[in-house]
Design a protein around this ligand. Structure first.
Ligand SMILES: [Zn+2]
Length: 186
């Protein structure tokens, strides 16, 4: 198998760039198998935002697991951010950047540059980065030690040239806001 991968890479048929993996010129992403299974289960149960919810479960599960395994249950927030951003880039979703974190107000803002979803799907009337949104909600849940949600408040597919996400505890979102309602309704 490795000789096949080597051949692909030597022939530039498989390329790893920052925030992007190309296989025969087609962008691909790495994701936990559980994310796919959870998405299917959520969709079957008739849940809206099935992809977001699966990403959130996977994100929280993954950080809880590595916190236990490698950090004796005390993974510092800066390590969660560093690991998370590096993995998002390595897995081909785009380039994830922490814009702001406020532990007193329990609010985290992430930006996603060069979203792979946008490059595949193009323009949209609504934000499209549901999987990344789920991953940062899961990471936020572990960082703030309280169940968090995430809302994409700006998406490259709608306007502008990057995506922005706000992560905070579930109860702190204004559910009467139509964007919040759309993205967090189950
Ligand atoms: Zn977006």
């Amino acid at each position: 198998m490795f000789s096949f991968v080597k051949k692909l890479m030597l022939g530039q048929k498989m390329q790893f760039n920052e925030g992007e993996i190309l296989l025969l010129d087609e962008p691909i992403c790495l994701m936990p198998i559980r994310t796919v299974m959870d998405t299917a289960a959520n969709a079957k149960a008739g849940k809206r935002n099935a992809i977001y919810l699966a990403g959130k479960t996977s994100g929280a599960y993954w950080f809880e697991k590595i916190t236990k395994r490698f950090y004796q249950d005390k993974m510092p927030a800066k390590d969660i951010i560093e690991w998370g951003n590096n993995i998002i880039a390595m897995a081909g979703y785009g380039i994830s950047v922490l814009e702001k974190v406020n532990f007193d107000d329990k609010e985290i803002i992430f930006r996603l540059n060069n979203s792979t979803m946008f490059r595949i799907m193009g323009k949209s009337k609504k934000p499209i980065d549901d999987l990344y949104r789920g991953f940062v909600a899961g990471a936020g849940t572990v960082m703030l030690k309280e169940e968090c949600d995430a809302v994409e408040i700006k998406c490259r597919a709608v306007d502008g040239d990057f995506c922005r996400f706000i992560v905070k505890p579930k109860g702190k979102f204004d559910r009467s806001d139509p964007v919040v309602k759309e993205q967090l309704e189950q």
